[in-house]
Design a binder for this molecule. Structure first.
Ligand SMILES: Cc1cc2nc3c(=O)[nH]c(=O)nc-3n(C[C@H](O)[C@H](O)[C@H](O)COP(=O)(O)OP(=O)(O)OC[C@H]3O[C@@H](n4cnc5c(N)ncnc54)[C@H](O)[C@@H]3O)c2cc1C
Length: 493
């Protein structure tokens, strides 16, 4: 921290959003205890460090603490708590709401905690909390192993895991949280804790979907599964004129598809993919991306019906490395775009819901906007809803309306389309939602998303973070429900 240019005091935002002043000496003393850098506005690297994936997030922390060790995490938490300073935690910086960046507060940047160690015999991964999905996939695939993660390789393992986590392996191996074996974390009192089914099991339960509400995780341990390295995967593209017919066929196919196969549906304007005729580029299409995580030939057989939902424009299917498919969508989801999402969960997709989605896709407000519907079910649905905070075990499809654009003058137009699409689909959706997809204006959806698990989460929040130090998240507010709420022993998934 370059304090030579700083005045004797600087202003910061408290947990209660008051603006106070702090002696610069206090920040210097804090920085002196850290092994990683502490950045203030004007410092080299500060501007880059405050950026996150969603370019609509433009916040200025008073300080950015680059944590390089568990001890740094403890020091930063104690510093923030002692000043009641607004505190945020950045893993991969992908959450759409931008909660990784505390405006005027202390932003803890964990991207330096990126170590990954794979134990191929025990099939366990030890993963630093700053690791990205691509780091994890590459390390595990070197041994032909993987655990369910998301579809974009620059997403952070930490945020994805803490909110639930799903991807191409979820129907076969469950949610990311179903494969979490343990974690090391620092709670609001600054204590370093090892949590697992045996050690602090209630805190371990809360981590498996409760978001960043209970402390700062420094490392995770995951169960791994043999996957690939070659899998059967790719895309099938249909003309938009067949949308209703092919989406109904897809919906019916999903009901009986094997767990190894996941087929998602995306409606968007066709990107200039080399296997698509140039005449299609830029016009609306229905795309079915799919992956079969078992034997390649079995995958080809299982996925064959996807080619017969209608008359496809083109398909690019075949054997390819699992790790390659895990980066296939990165170019469409690069950081730096303006983004606004609205998301619904569905236990079933009836014809009316499909008609609403097709109607909205006919009015896409830009070439980067899309409606995607992920297929869930399979292994993730065979876990008891109370086994983890992620309660939506009845969810068969998660829809995400991706509003994505680059000109700030389009902000309201694209957001209005995303909200309208969400509202049209909402009567057909479940009460739950997926906290990892919520925007900053959806705090009121949090309690419904945890359903019957919310009271237990609130009681644990009261126990481990009674002052709500960790509130820059999809917040579970603590309340004095500790004695009123029974604490069931959690069944393991
Ligand atoms: C392009 C893109 C693709 C995506 N695809 C998928 C997908 O396929 N499947 C899926 O399930 N989700 C997906 N997501 C959603 C993703 O799971 C969430 O955005 C998730 O929060 C990202 O984690 P992060 O660490 O990158 O985010 P960050 O913004 O860094 O963190 C999000 C929040 O998590 C908490 N947090 C982060 N690190 C820690 C930590 N170490 N300890 C305690 N709390 C912490 C904090 O509250 C923080 O505000 C996608 C998101 C994007 C942008």
């Amino acid at each position: 921290m370059n304090t030579a240019t700083m005045p004797r005091t600087f202003s910061y935002t408290t947990l209660d959003k008051e603006v106070r002043r702090m002696p610069t000496f206090d920040a210097q003393a804090f920085a002196a205890q850290m092994s990683g850098d502490v950045l203030a506005p004007g410092d080299m690297g500060y501007e880059d460090a405050r950026q996150v994936w969603n370019a609509t997030v433009d916040r200025h922390p008073a300080l950015i603490a680059r944590c390089l060790s568990e001890r740094d995490v403890q020091t930063a938490i104690r510093f923030a708590a002692s000043h009641r300073m607004s505190l945020s935690v950045r893993g991969g910086g992908h959450h759409i709401a931008g909660n990784a960046v505390a405006d005027g507060g202390l932003m803890m940047d964990l991207s330096g905690l990126r170590d990954i160690r794979i134990d191929p015999v025990a099939r366990i991964a030890h993963v630093g909390a700053g690791a990205l999905l691509g780091d994890f996939d590459r390390a595990a695939q070197a041994h032909g192993l993987a655990t369910p993660l998301g579809i974009n390789s620059t997403t952070g393992v930490a945020g994805l895991t803490l909110g639930g986590g799903f991807g191409w392996l979820t129907r076969r191996h469950g949610m990311t949280v179903d494969n979490l074996l343990g974690a090391t974390m620092v709670t609001a009192d600054g204590q370093l804790r090892t949590v697992s089914a045996e050690s602090e099991p209630e805190l371990f339960w809360a981590l498996r979907g409760g978001g960043g509400n209970f402390g700062v995780v420094t490392s995770f341990q995951f169960r791994l599964h043999p996957v690939g390295p070659q899998v059967y995967a790719g895309l099938v593209v249909y003309p938009f004129s067949q949308a209703v017919r092919v989406l109904r066929a897809w919906r019916d196919f999903c009901a009986t598809a094997p767990d190894e196969l996941s087929v998602w549906a995306v409606m968007r304007k066709a990107p200039p993919l080399p296997f698509l005729p140039a005449s299609v580029h830029g016009s609306e299409v229905v795309i079915f991306p799919l992956l079969h995580c078992g034997d390649v030939e079995a995958g080809e057989r299982a996925a064959a019906p996807v080619l017969a939902f209608g008359e496809p424009i083109a398909a690019a299917l075949g054997a390819q490395p699992y790790s390659a498919f895990q980066t296939a969508f990165d170019p469409l989801l690069a950081p730096g775009g303006r983004n606004y999402w609205k998301s619904n969960n569905f236990s079933r997709l009836d014809d009316v819901a499909i008609a609403e989605l097709v109607n909205a896709a006919g009015r896409l407000p830009g070439p980067e906007c899309e409606i995607f519907v992920a297929q869930l079910g399979g292994a993730m649905s065979r876990v008891e809803p109370a086994a983890t905070p992620f309660v939506g075990r009845d969810v068969r499809f998660i829809m995400n309306v991706h509003g994505r654009w680059s000109d700030p003058r389009d902000d309201e137009r694209v957001r209005a389309w995303a909200r309208g699409t969400f509202e049209a689909a909402a009567p057909h959706a479940t009460a739950s939602g997926y906290v990892n997809f919520f925007t900053e204006d959806e705090a009121e959806r949090v309690s419904a998303s945890y359903g019957a698990n919310y009271a237990r989460l609130q009681a644990l929040k009261q126990r481990y973070d009674p002052t709500n130090l960790f509130r820059m998240n999809l917040n579970i507010a603590p309340h004095g429900a500790l004695r009123a709420v029974a604490m069931p022993r959690e069944p393991m998934p």
